[in-house]
Design a protein. Structure first.
Length: 404
C-alpha cells in the first residue's frame, strides 16, 4: 500500500475560508515581518553602531528569554485563548519594533535601549511559538491538518526567500529606521487578521497554579513515548546539523567557490523547501511519522556533500534534495502532534518539543569550530551527515512511530 493518497479532489480554497483563512493571512504577514526584522535589525544596528559586538549583544539578549520562558509560554497558551494570545503578542511586537524604529529615525540609537527592547521582544516570542503550534487544530478538521500545515509551510518558505531581500533594499534606500517601521506595521496587520477569527476558539483553562500546568504538561509529554522519541531524535539532529551547516558550510563552500557559491546554495535549498511544501498540499501520508523519518534522511545529504566535495553546485543539488526531506519531515511531525496530542495539552507538549530542539543549537554552533580545528571541517560535516541518518531513523524502532 502506498504511503500517500492524493486528496486533490477537495478544493484547497475551502481551507482558506473562514477561521483558517484569516489565520493563514495573519500568519503569512507575521512571518514576513519576522523574516524582515531578522535582516533589517542586523543591518540597522551595524549601520548605527558600526560595531559587530553591539549586534551580537542585541541578538543574544533576544534569544535567551525565548528559551528561558518557552515552557511558560506553552502553559499560558493551554490555559487561555490562543487567538487572544496571538493578537496581544503581535501588538506587543509591533510596539517594540516601532520603538526601535523611532530610536533609529531620530538618531538616538543606544545599545542599552536596543538590548532592552530586544529582550522584551524575546519574551513575547516565547508566547507566540506554542500558541501558533496549538491553534491550527482549532481552525480545521483533523483530516485537513496536513494540508493546512503544508499551506502554511509553502507561504512561509516563499516569504523567507523574498522578505530578506526586501528588508535589505529598504535599509539601503529608506534607512534602517524606516525599514523597522514597516516591520512594525506587519505585526499590527497580523494582529488585525487574527481578530477576524470569530469568537473565542477554546474555553479558558482551569484556575490551577502555573507550576501545576507545567508539571501536568511534562507528565503528558513523558506519557507519549512516540513524542519523546522523535523529540530526542530532533534534538540530536539539530546538534549534528545546525552548527556544521551554519558555521562550517560557509567556510567550506566559500573556500571552494567564493562567497557567491554559498549564497547560491542557500537559495537552491530554499527552492527545495518551497517545492515540497506546495506538493504536500495535494498529498496525505497514511503513516506520517514513518514517512517523515524516512524522508528526513534526505536532510543529511547537504552535510555529506560538504564533507565529500565542498563544490557549490554539488552542495546546492544536495541542499535542494535535503530541502524536500526537511519539508516533509516538518509537516508530518506538526500534523501528527496536532492530531494525536490532547488539545488541552498541545501547546505545552509542543513547548517541551521546541525546548529540546532549541537548547542544543548553541552547543552545536560553539563546538563546530573547535572540532573543525581538531579534525578538519570536511571531516566534521561528513561524520555529522552519516550520524544524522542513524539518528533520524532511530525512532522507527518503536512500533507506534512506524504504524501511527
Amino acid at each position: 500500500m502506498p504511503d500517500t493518497v492524493d486528496v486533490a479532489q477537495t478544493p484547497v480554497r475551502l481551507l482558506l475560508r473562514g477561521r483558517f483563512g484569516w489565520f493563514f493571512l495573519g500568519r503569512t504577514v507575521d512571518v514576513a515581518g519576522t523574516s524582515m526584522t531578522t535582516v533589517a535589525l542586523a543591518l540597522a544596528v551595524l549601520k548605527a553602531s558600526g560595531n559587530a559586538t553591539d549586534l551580537g549583544i542585541v541578538l543574544a539578549v533576544g534569544f535567551v528569554p525565548t528559551i528561558a520562558l518557552l515552557l511558560v509560554g506553552g502553559a499560558v497558551a493551554d490555559r487561555m485563548s490562543r487567538r487572544g494570545l496571538l493578537i496581544n503578542a503581535n501588538l506587543a511586537s509591533g510596539i517594540l519594533m516601532a520603538a526601535m524604529a523611532a530610536l533609529l529615525i531620530t538618531g538616538r540609537y543606544h545599545l542599552a535601549l536596543f538590548a532592552a527592547l530586544s529582550f522584551l521582544n524575546g519574551i513575547v516570542s516565547a508566547f507566540i511559538t506554542p500558541a501558533l503550534r496549538g491553534i491550527v487544530p482549532e481552525l480545521v478538521e483533523r483530516h485537513d491538518l496536513q494540508r493546512a500545515n503544508a499551506l502554511l509551510s509553502s507561504t512561509r518558505n516563499t516569504v523567507r526567500i523574498l522578505a530578506p531581500v526586501a528588508a535589505s533594499l529598504l535599509v539601503a534606500t529608506a534607512g534602517g529606521g524606516w525599514s523597522l517601521a514597516i516591520d512594525a506595521a506587519t505585526f499590527f496587520l497580523a494582529a488585525l487578521c487574527f481578530t477576524r477569527i470569530p469568537g473565542a476558539t477554546r474555553p479558558p483553562g482551569a484556575g490551577q497554579p502555573l507550576w501545576r500546568d507545567l508539571a501536568d504538561g511534562w507528565s503528558t509529554f513523558r506519557s507519549l513515548r512516540w513524542v519523546v522519541l522523535v523529540s530526542l531524535s530532533c534534538a540530536f539532529l539539530n546538534g549534528f546539523n545546525v552548527g556544521p551547516w551554519n558555521v562550517l558550510g560557509p567556510q567550506i563552500v566559500t573556500g571552494h567557490d567564493g562567497a557567491l557559491g554559498w549564497g547560491t546554495v542557500l537559495s537552491v535549498r530554499a527552492v527545495g523547501l518551497l517545492v515540497t511544501s506546495v506538493v504536500a498540499v495535494k498529498l496525505v501520508f497514511r503513516r506520517p511519522l514513518r514517512s517523515g523519518r524516512i524522508w528526513g534522511v534526505l536532510c543529511a545529504l547537504p552535510l555529506i556533500a560538504l564533507g565529500l566535495s565542498g563544490s557549490a553546485w554539488v552542495v546546492a543539488v544536495a541542499g535542494f534534495i535535503g530541502g524536500l526531506g526537511f519539508s516533509v519531515s516538518a509537516i508530518t511531525w506538526d500534523s501528527t502532534m496536532q492530531a494525536a496530542v490532547p488539545q488541552e495539552s498541545l501547546s505545552r507538549v509542543a513547548a517541551y518539543d521546541d525546548l529540546f530542539s532549541y537548547a542544543v543549537i548553541p552547543v552545536s554552533q560553539v563546538l563546530s569550530g573547535p572540532l573543525a580545528q581538531a579534525y578538519g571541517a570536511k571531516e566534521v560535516c561528513a561524520v555529522g551527515g552519516f550520524a544524522y541518518v542513524v539518528v533520524c531513523l532511530f525512532p522507527l524502532l518503536n512500533r507506534q512511530v512506524r504504524t501511527m
